[in-house]
Ligand binder design. Structure first.
Ligand SMILES: Cc1ncc(COP(=O)(O)O)c(C=O)c1O
Length: 389
């Protein structure tokens, strides 16, 4: 019997991080003491009070039962309260918020609710892979908006051809940005909203790094508009809860309503006890401040180390990523050098970007995720200091 995957499965390579994992495991087998700045997964424990809340909630919900697919009322209310307090935006809990299993599945599935054959989705490039993959699996076509140093890592809307705009249904946006660490300004968000309103494009803003900032608190796109806008967020980075799989989408009720209809067919909701843990997490800011301080310290260690190596450094204002330009070599070559000579896993920038017309906007860069401990970060910076460039 023949088993054939569909053309989307067949046409994509492995998930970007599979390759990093493979390389890392090969080195571990060789006995190399590696320090891993590859995948953006916090290595700190989920704070104890959040874990305790989850444990208690397991007993509270003795009969596990299917949770409400679209979120427990108390969870949705907690999201509304947070959005009001943090961004001064009022959301209608009945119509403007939906619970997700973290953001990844929601981002991947979102285009299914809006695309028809031939429709286009505007994706930042480099960008989080599910923007592109979700588009392809929904039968759409991604159009890549390159984020480059020349345009301050913002998409250049004037470069999008008219025929693409006619077919565009969704524009993805992600600030604070993975991988470039760029943050959004109010002017930029205003311009993006006006542009999308003019062309009837849903503006989908993916904001999981919103609480990891080192200067001004990051803005949410919701502060500029909720019309035609949907924001995705999760607890993964804010509260080191990547394994809990809990998040939400909020915005224009027409967008949320269509997405809710889709979701009711896709998943059965985040478990009650996880939603309870998320409510508890949202009620505390102290652990978030502590996390910001730690990432800031690690950022400073590396910014200093790269400067001493004579590299041009853009000190990140937010996120736990450093998007570092290589010197005299490609990002892939720099990543290889760091791996072989310093035992450091970093990601070659090109894996976050798609090559269009022979140009890969990530090729000159490496991305470092500042997730190892402060001790390990110091050790890595020391190892880098001995590197001959
Ligand atoms: C830009 C971006 N969006 C979304 C996510 C998804 O996070 P989660 O599914 O854990 O909420 C990530 C995770 O690394 C990310 O980097």
């Amino acid at each position: 019997m023949k088993v054939e995957a569909n053309k989307n499965i067949a046409s994509i390579g492995g998930y970007a991080f599979d390759e990093i994992d493979k390389l890392k495991n090969e080195l571990i087998e060789k006995g190399v003491d590696i320090i891993d700045f590859g995948v953006g997964d916090p290595t700190t424990s989920t704070p104890e009070f959040i874990r305790e809340a989850a444990k208690k909630a397991i007993d509270k919900h003795k009969c596990s039962g299917y949770p409400p697919t679209l979120g427990m009322p108390a969870y949705i209310e907690a999201i509304c309260k947070y959005t009001k307090k943090r961004f001064n935006v009022e959301l209608n809990s009945k119509t403007q918020v939906v619970s997700n299993l973290g953001s990844k599945e929601a981002i991947f599935n979102f285009p299914l609710a809006f695309l028809n054959k031939g429709d286009v989705v505007l994706c930042p490039n480099p960008g989080y892979p599910p923007y592109e993959r979700g588009t392809l699996f929904a039968g759409g076509t991604p159009y890549y908006m390159n984020l480059t140093e020349e345009n301050d890592f913002y998409p250049d809307f004037d470069k999008i051809p008219g025929d693409i705009l006619k077919k565009a249904r969704i524009m993805w946006m992600n600030y604070p940005n993975n991988p470039t660490s760029q943050t959004a300004t109010k002017e930029f968000y205003r311009k993006a909203v006006d542009f999308c309103h003019k062309h009837d494009i849903i503006l989908a803003s993916d904001e999981p790094y919103g609480e990891i900032y080192f200067e001004e608190p990051s803005m949410s796109l919701l502060e500029v508009s909720t019309e035609g806008v949907v924001v995705f967020n999760s607890f993964s980075k804010r509260s080191a809860m990547t394994g809990y799989r809990v998040g939400w989408a909020a915005g224009d009720e027409r967008v949320i309503s269509a997405f809710k209809k889709l979701k009711a067919n896709v998943d059965s909701g985040t478990p009650y006890f996880i939603q309870e843990a998320a409510i508890t997490a949202l009620g505390d800011e102290t652990h978030v401040e502590k996390m910001r301080d730690e990432y800031r310290e690690k950022r400073d260690i590396f910014v200093d180390a790269f400067e001493k190596m004579g590299l041009e450094v853009n000190s990140p204002k937010a996120t736990f990523y450093i998007w570092q330009k290589a010197k005299g070599m490609s990002g892939a070559e720099f990543a290889k050098k760091l791996l072989e000579e310093c035992g450091m896993v970093v990601s070659p920038g090109e894996i976050f970007a798609t090559t269009v017309d022979g140009v890969n906007p990530g090729k000159d860069y490496i991305r470092m995720a500042l997730v190892p401990s402060i001790e390990k970060t110091k050790e890595a910076a020391e190892r880098m200091g001995k590197l001959k460039l």
